[in-house]
Design a protein. Sequence first.
Length: 363
Amino acid sequence: MAKGSKASKTKEQAVLTKKQIARSRKVKHQLRMIWIGVGAIATLVVGILAFGVYQEVVAKPASPIAVINGVPIRTDYYQRMARYTGNTSKQLVESLIEDELIRQYAAKNGIVVTADEVQTTIEEMFGYYRTPPTPTPTPITAQEAITDITPAPTLTPITEAQFQQGYTGFLKQVKELSGLSEAEFRQNVQTSLLRQKVQELVTTDVPTEEEQAHVRHILVQVASDADEQTVQEAEEKARNLVEQLRGGVDFAALAAQVSDDPGSKDQGGDVGWVARDSGMVAEFEEAAFTLPVGEISDPVKSYYGFHIIQVIERTVRELEPDVLAQRKQDAFDKRLSELRAQAQVEEYWSTDKVPPELLQQTE
């Protein structure tokens, strides 16, 4: 009797009404939707975090600061170079663009730098020479007493083992400070050598001689902010000096006495041979190449004051080494500008690409 009563009671508890069944299903559906929502939110959060990590670790470093004729310069390489050079400005970007233009120009013109050339250059940077350079003896003048000659110290050549030790330490330090790899360092050396070879090629036709003028002058200096009366007084003084010179006064003696140009007064005003576009002020250059030889000029006004100029001689002659070097640099810079104008260059640099630890330098 007790057993039957218990079973009946359990059966009664197990039977649910339609309303209860509907409610149960609704609750289960709500729970399922909640868990789906939680899962979706979790997936979204993970996705956002993963996207952020991807952006910082992969996308941003790989994004270009510039693209030159389809060849990108990666942001992470720019950042390593910024740390290596300490230069975070737009100037570094322009330098990297130039490097790529040079590499492309070299490739089109068959200009190559071998691995051995790169290695030899690196060795010599550290003072290791496979074939030690022959010392150049210092000439001894007749007036010097042999007993008073003290040999000039010479650099002690390092061994290959010492080079390897120094080079390994250098690479380790560079890697720690900038992240630049050995391959990238060697690429930079290669690009530097390519630049030299390209410059030699594009400056082959630069003239090594041209018309030059042997000039002397006397300067009556006037401050750039001088008032009108001071300028007039200086001009009057210069005209008086012109009259003296045209009257027969020795130019060198007068220059040594009154010229305000410390660089030439002790040489009697002689500034030596000058070429066009070699750094002279425009007014001085114009007189140097138009004034008849031997004549004394009227006062020539420039930024520095008033010049009294005499051309001693004018002829075609070899350019001085520093002037020729500047001519070649100017020709090379012009060619680079032309390459830049002809190239398709897209720039994407902005300050947010600067390494955070160096960002303050750009502000």
